[in-house]
Design a protein around this ligand. Structure first.
Ligand code: ZN
Length: 156
């Protein structure tokens, strides 16, 4: 006889389990606590950031992750970034005009995880390897390459 009790609530989310080294677990717990998140929330957002990046690839394929091996490296780098204690990062902002007006040649801003350190073309904030940045995609291949920090893109 089938059980006619309460049907289990269907869940959209899927559960994925993985084994991690003890120190990575400790790091994740620490960081999650620092950000007032659950560990699974933290991991989810790191994964979402990483895969969002791959989905968003439209240009500069050589500068962005391509294969799954590189993706794995990227995830590792993200984990290391989370593991590293808060670095002094210059506060973005303090500029006269909105950043969009300074970049008439840019058609759009494509999110990426930086492979090389650079600085924000909008506010000058330093962007480290492994951090998220937004690359200006231009129609003119000879146009200057600009990268914006997340804060500058948000203020567009
Ligand atoms: Zn900026």
């Amino acid at each position: 006889m089938p059980d006619h009790g309460d049907p289990p609530r269907p869940r959209k989310d899927r559960l994925i389990q993985t084994r991690v080294e003890r120190d990575l677990e400790a790091t994740l717990k620490q960081e999650a606590q620092r950000r007032r998140l659950t560990v699974s929330h933290l991991i989810r957002s790191v994964l979402e950031d990483t895969f969002h990046l791959v989905d968003g690839v439209v240009a500069d394929v050589d500068e962005i992750v391509g294969g799954s091996a590189r993706l794995a490296r990227n995830v590792r780098r993200n984990a290391r970034r989370i593991a590293s204690p808060a670095r002094d990062r210059p506060e973005p902002g303090e500029r006269a005009a909105p950043p969009g007006s300074e970049f008439p040649h840019v058609r759009g801003w494509n999110e990426l995880v930086l492979n090389r350190p650079t600085s924000c073309s909008g506010c000058g904030a330093g962007l480290a390897r492994g951090e998220r940045g937004f690359l200006g995609v231009c129609d003119d291949p000879g146009a200057p390459r600009d990268t914006l920090c997340p804060a500058c893109v948000e203020s567009l």
